[in-house]
Design a protein around this ligand. Structure first.
Ligand code: AP5
Ligand code: MG
Length: 223
């Protein structure tokens, strides 16, 4: 695995929006623990039911569930050249678990992942979350406030149905922010000390952030 990218940032900071674009352009798998867990919930499995009991409260799903999902996903053929991790790790415990997983399965261990931290003030984010709609077919993400859609229920890219996530209410969003600050924010320090962190201003518009992101990757690779 030569190209390894990790994305951390508060709920609604644009991790999904940017990583989907990067995945397409860099031909790397987009591994989004939130979506993988929502798939488990939709399947009605016992694991999905357990995950849902945490997700609906804005809390982290237990580490054994998440570690298993991540390891199985990283072992798939399409992750041989690298990966894009969106929303994982999101606690110190998960960061150390990822170190162990990579020690075990990654033959390019000398190449450390680049960790992008999306910096944006919380005040901007609740509005983004409550106005988010996602396509149930192609996964495209929209913001009803900043994007004009001909029909707010239909995906303009593929014609699929647009849905609102169950955790995109103001009440659950506030709990998700609390979890982020308590459990995920300490990773900024960890990866800064390891020399792996790149901070990006995620309050800018989508295309400018993407330009800065891909520019930072080129810069990092050169240095
Ligand atoms: P997850 O699905 O990962 O949710 P999250 O971290 O809260 O992040 P979001 O997906 O809400 O936001 P995003 O940063 O991807 O923003 P997006 O691009 O969509 O996790 C959900 C739950 O699963 C967790 O609460 C937890 O319970 C569980 N879970 C997940 N991972 C776990 C793990 N590792 N361990 C344990 N549990 C885990 O954009 C948001 C909106 O803003 C959209 O409408 C978009 O169009 C808009 N937007 C994006 N960029 C911009 C911009 N630059 N300007 C204006 N609008 C923008
Ligand atoms: Mg997301």
């Amino acid at each position: 695995m030569k190209q390894k990218y990790i994305f951390i940032g508060p709920p609604g900071s644009g991790k999904g929006t940017q990583t989907k674009m990067l995945s397409k352009d860099f031909n790397l798998p987009h591994i989004d623990t939130g979506s993988l867990l929502r798939d488990a919930v939709a399947s009605g499995s016992e694991e999905g039911k357990l995950a849902n009991s945490f997700m609906e409260k804005g809390q982290l799903v237990p580490i054994d569930v998440v570690s298993r999902i991540i390891k199985n996903r990283l072992l798939k053929d399409d992750a041989k050249e690298g990966f894009i991790l969106d929303g994982y790790p999101r606690s110190m415990e998960q960061a150390y678990a990822l170190d162990e997983i990579l020690k075990e399965i990654d033959s390019d261990r000398n190449i450390e992942p680049i960790v992008f931290y999306f910096d944006v003030a919380e005040e901007k984010l609740v509005e983004r979350l409550v106005n988010r709609r996602s396509c149930s077919e192609c996964g495209a993400i929209y913001n009803l406030k900043t994007m004009t859609l001909e029909n707010e229920n239909i995906c303009p890219k593929c014609g699929g149905k647009l849905t609102k996530r169950e955790d995109d209410t103001e009440e659950v969003a506030i709990k998700r922010f609390r979890t982020y600050f308590n459990e995920t924010a300490p990773l900024i320090d960890l990866y800064t000390k390891r020399g792996q962190l790149v901070k990006l201003d995620a309050s800018l518009d989508i295309n400018t952030i993407y330009k800065n992101l891909t520019g930072a990757i080129k810069e990092y690779v050169r240095s």
